[in-house]
Design a protein around this ligand. Structure first.
Ligand SMILES: [Zn+2]
Ligand SMILES: [Zn+2]
Length: 324
């Protein structure tokens, strides 16, 4: 069946659902215009829209991935996915101009280091910084450019000699879709700085082949990274870390779950993750039984507090007026 084919191609059930609705509407129109007498789409069942399953990494898996990421080229890219939850296109779309890091001396006051070295050169420097998500890189599918009377014969548009409309596109992230400023944890700052140094070596090695685009996670010649090789690098990292096969999106789920485990208030978590509505955030709520239990305990302690505790309430015992 056509919908099964759509699903097999890796498209979401919602896409198949939309296809079903479109076909049904078109056939209804055909019935109305008396081209056909009965709409076949009324007989064919639409696939059910199944919510994507959320499988965050355990803390141990996340640590193994972060350690392994320190050993591979552009590995900071996956540290950012795990700790900050950036979407693939957002991470690949980062430019150095989106990253702001400031350094402070970590040495004691009065040390000679403070007079002779800059804060960034201090051996025990302490960084703080932010990252602004304002851009996203997407790979569009190539469309056939051949005409129906002279088809190229290839199934995928990418192989069509007359292909058009595909390739990498860089888009601005709109505020509702997740334009945001994220604070950088100190280990992420150090990972980014180490990565910056490695990229400088690559720029030197590439010499005049280097195409300066200010991309944080560039190819060895400075161009933006395509999602396809990025996904291969992710799968290789999973094998290197000895972690179960998982989608890169599970790294984003991990970052989200950590925020909720740390009891970051929902509006702040939504801002950090770039969620446009609370419905998405709520899907994480049933993920972690530990979290659910802890919330239940807090609610219990709050609403069924022992009478003794109530005596210390602001409005006094039994709600009596508090002397001013
Ligand atoms: Zn210092
Ligand atoms: Zn073609």
């Amino acid at each position: 069946m056509a919908y099964q084919k759509i699903l097999r191609k890796g498209l979401k059930p919602s896409t198949a659902h939309l296809a079903h609705r479109t076909v049904r509407a078109a056939l209804n129109e055909a019935v109305r215009r008396r081209h056909i007498t009965e709409n076949p789409a009324r007989i064919a069942k639409a696939p059910r829209v199944v919510e994507e399953e959320i499988v965050p990494f355990s803390r141990d898996e996340a640590r193994r991935l972060i350690t392994a990421a320190g050993e591979i080229r552009n590995g900071a890219r996956f540290i950012i996915a795990l700790s900050l939850g950036l979407r693939r296109g957002e991470a690949l779309g980062l430019k150095w101009s989106d990253v702001t890091i400031t350094w402070k001396h970590g040495c004691a006051r009065g040390e000679a280091c403070r007079r002779t070295l800059t804060a960034a050169e201090c051996p025990v420097r302490r960084g703080s910084g932010t990252l602004t998500v304002r851009r996203s890189i997407q790979q569009l599918n190539w469309q056939h450019g051949c005409t129906p009377d002279k088809p190229c014969g290839h199934e995928h548009g990418a192989y069509c000699p007359e292909r058009y409309g595909g390739g990498l596109v860089v888009g601005e992230v709109k505020s509702r879709a997740g334009r945001r400023v994220i604070g950088l944890p100190r280990p992420v700052i150090e990972a980014l700085e180490a990565h910056r140094g490695q990229q400088e070596d690559e720029r030197e090695a590439a010499a005049n082949l280097w195409e300066e685009g200010d991309w944080v996670f560039a190819t060895p010649i400075g161009r933006p990274t395509h999602p396809t090789p990025d996904n291969r690098a992710w799968k290789a990292l999973l094998r290197l870390a000895g972690v179960r096969n998982a989608r890169l999106h599970d790294a984003r789920h991990t970052a989200a779950t950590v925020l909720l485990e740390l009891k970051v208030p929902l509006p702040a978590a939504m801002e950090l993750m770039g969620w446009s509505n609370a419905a998405v955030a709520k899907r994480y709520m049933h993920v972690n039984t530990e979290l659910v239990t802890s919330v239940a305990e807090q609610v219990g302690a709050h609403m069924w507090a022992a009478p003794n505790d109530e005596d210390e309430d602001e409005d006094g015992p039994e709600g009596a007026l508090v002397p001013v």
